[in-house]
Design a protein around this ligand. Structure first.
Ligand SMILES: CC(C)(COP(=O)(O)OP(=O)(O)OC[C@H]1O[C@@H](n2cnc3c(N)ncnc32)[C@H](O)[C@@H]1OP(=O)(O)O)[C@@H](O)C(=O)NCCC(=O)NCCS
Length: 407
C-alpha cells in the first residue's frame, strides 16, 4: 500500500493558569486530572467546528503517573472531558518534555496516516506529587559510576552547568531572570497571555479559617513582577553552599495543565480549523545526566540538520527556562545575545512557572501567538531540557509567513 507523509499542524493550544505547589497554592484542593480535563474542554469549546468524535487519539503526559495522575491519563481525561467513549487515549512520560513528546508522538501518527486529529498535552501537580515521589533509582547508577549522584537532582545539575561554563556567572543568571519577569509582566499587560488561558474554579482553604469558599484562577500565580537584581542578590542557594542557583533564577515548583490539537493540514483546512503552526522537524538528544541543562543544544542541532536549516533561519525562540543557566548555555553555544528580542518574547518559566510535563505545550501556544503577530518570521523553535540528561527541540513554520515583506 503506497503511503504519503502528510503535513502536520498545530491547530490550537490552551492551558490553565499555573499555580504555586503546596498548601498555599491556588490548586492545593484541585485534582491534577481535573486540571487537564479543564484544558481539554476549553480546547473543544473554542473549536466548535471540530466534532469530538473526529479526535483519533488523546496523549497526555505526566511525570509522576500515580494517584490522580495515574490510570492512563489520556484515556481517563478524555472520558472525563466528555469525549465519546470511542476516542482512545494513553499517557506519556519524558519528564519535563512530556507534553512536547505527546505532541511529537501524535504528530508522527498524523504524518503516517494513523490519525487525522489528535489531542496532546500534559499536567503536573507538583504539590500533590513532589518531584521524585515514589521513585526507586537503580543503585547501579551510582555504584557503577554510570552517573554522578547529582544527576538525580535537577538543581544540582544546574550548579554543575555553572561549573562547566564559568562564563555564566550568578550575575548573568540573575539578570536573565529579571528580564524574564519583566517580559512576562509586559506580556500580561499587553494581553498576550490571557487569550490562551482557561480560568479554573478553585476551592479556597486557609489554615486558620478552614474552607473560605470558591475562587477563580485567572492568572499565573508564580509571577513576581517588580523583581530586581538587588532582590535576587542574596537569595539562598539551596542546591549548593555558596552556589549560584536560587529560587529567583530557577523555575519553581508548580501545578498546571496544557492541551493542544494536532492535525493533518488537509483535514484541518477541510474542517475549517485554525492552522497556527506547521511542523517542520523535531529531535530529542541525550547528554551527560549531570549537566542535563545542555540537552537543548544537541537536540536543536539535530532538529536543524533534519530540517536543512541553520540557527540563523530561526526568527523566534521559545526556550523553557527550567534554570537561567541552562538557557544561557544554549544561547552562548549558538552565539545568540542573551537579550536577543527573538528569544522568549513573553518571558518564560522563571516567571510563569514550570509544571514539568505540561510545559512543552505552553511554549508552543506562545510561539503560535507570536507567529500570528509577526508574519515576517518564517521559522520558530520550541526547546527544552529534560531530566536525566536530555533535550528536545521542535521546529515550526509560520503559516502566516508573508515572505518577510514587512520586516
Ligand atoms: C529553587 C527552589 C528549591 C526554591 O523553592 P522554595 O524555597 O520553596 O521557593 P520560594 O518560592 O519559597 O522562594 C524562596 C525564597 O526566595 C524568594 N524569592 C523567590 N523568587 C524571588 C524573586 N523573583 N524575587 C525576590 N525574592 C524571590 C522567596 O520570597 C522566598 O523568600 P523567603 O525564604 O524569605 O520566604 C524550587 O523552586 C526548585 O526546586 N526549583 C527547581 C524546580 C526544578 O528542578 N524543576 C525541574 C527542572 S528540570
Amino acid at each position: 500500500m503506497p503511503r504519503t507523509v502528510r503535513d502536520v499542524v498545530f491547530v490550537d493550544g490552551v492551558r490553565t493558569p499555573f499555580g504555586k505547589a503546596g498548601p498555599k497554592g491556588i490548586y492545593h484542593e484541585t485534582r491534577a486530572d481535573d486540571l487537564v480535563v479543564k484544558a481539554i474542554r476549553e480546547l473543544l469549546r473554542r473549536n466548535p467546528d471540530l466534532d469530538p468524535a473526529r479526535v483519533d487519539e488523546v496523549a497526555i503526559a505526566a511525570t509522576t503517573q500515580i494517584g490522580d495522575q495515574g490510570l492512563t491519563l489520556g484515556r481517563t481525561a478524555g472520558i472525563l472531558a466528555g469525549l465519546p467513549t470511542s476516542v482512545p487515549g494513553f499517557s506519556i512520560d519524558r519528564m519535563c518534555a512530556g507534553a512536547m513528546t505527546a505532541v511529537t508522538s501524535v504528530a508522527g501518527g498524523v504524518a503516517f496516516g494513523a490519525y487525522d486529529i489528535a489531542l496532546a498535552g500534559g499536567v503536573e501537580h507538583m504539590g500533590r506529587h513532589p518531584m521524585g515521589e515514589g521513585v526507586d533509582p537503580n543503585p547501579r547508577f551510582v555504584s557503577d559510576k554510570l552517573v554522578d549522584e547529582s544527576a538525580l537532582f535537577m538543581g544540582m545539575t544546574a550548579e554543575n552547568l555553572h561549573d562547566r561554563f564559568p562564563g555564566i556567572s550568578k550575575q548573568r543568571a540573575d539578570e536573565y531572570a529579571v528580564r524574564s519577569q519583566e517580559k512576562a509582566a509586559k506580556a500580561y499587560a499587553d494581553g498576550k497571555i490571557q487569550a490562551d488561558l482557561v480560568p479554573v474554579s478553585v476551592r479556597r482553604t486557609n489554615a486558620e479559617a478552614g474552607e473560605t469558599g470558591w475562587g477563580l484562577a485567572t492568572v499565573d500565580e508564580p509571577m513576581r513582577p517588580g523583581t530586581t537584581l538587588e532582590s535576587l542578590a542574596n537569595l539562598k542557594t539551596p542546591f549548593r553552599p555558596h552556589g549560584r542557583v536560587t529560587a529567583g533564577n530557577a523555575a519553581g515548583l508548580n501545578d498546571g495543565a496544557t492541551a493542544s490539537l494536532i492535525a493533518a493540514e488537509d483535514v484541518a483546512r477541510e474542517l475549517g480549523l485554525p492552522v497556527k503552526m506547521r511542523l517542520v522537524s523535531y529531535a530529542f538528544a541525550g547528554v551527560e545526566p549531570e549537566v542535563m541543562g545542555i540537552g537543548p543544544v544537541p537536540a536543536t542541532e539535530k532538529a536543524l540538520a533534519k530540517a536543512g536549516l541553520s540557527i540563523d533561519d530561526i526568527g523566534l525562540f521559545e526556550i523553557n527556562e527550567a534554570f537561567a543557566v541552562q538557557v544561557l548555555a544554549m544561547l552562548d553555544h549558538f552565539g545568540i545575545p542573551e537579550n536577543d528580542p527573538r528569544v522568549n518574547q513573553y518571558g518564560g518559566a522563571i516567571a510563569f512557572g514550570h509544571p514539568l510535563a505540561s510545559s512543552g505545550v505552553r511554549l508552543m501556544t506562545q510561539l503560535a501567538r507570536q507567529f500570528e503577530e509577526q508574519p515576517h518570521v518564517r521559522y520558530g523553535l520550541t526547546s527544552m531540557c529534560v531530566g536525566f540528561g536530555m533535550g528536545g527541540t521542535v521546529i515550526w513554520e509560520n503559516p502566516h509567513f508573508n515572505g518577510g515583506d514587512d520586516k
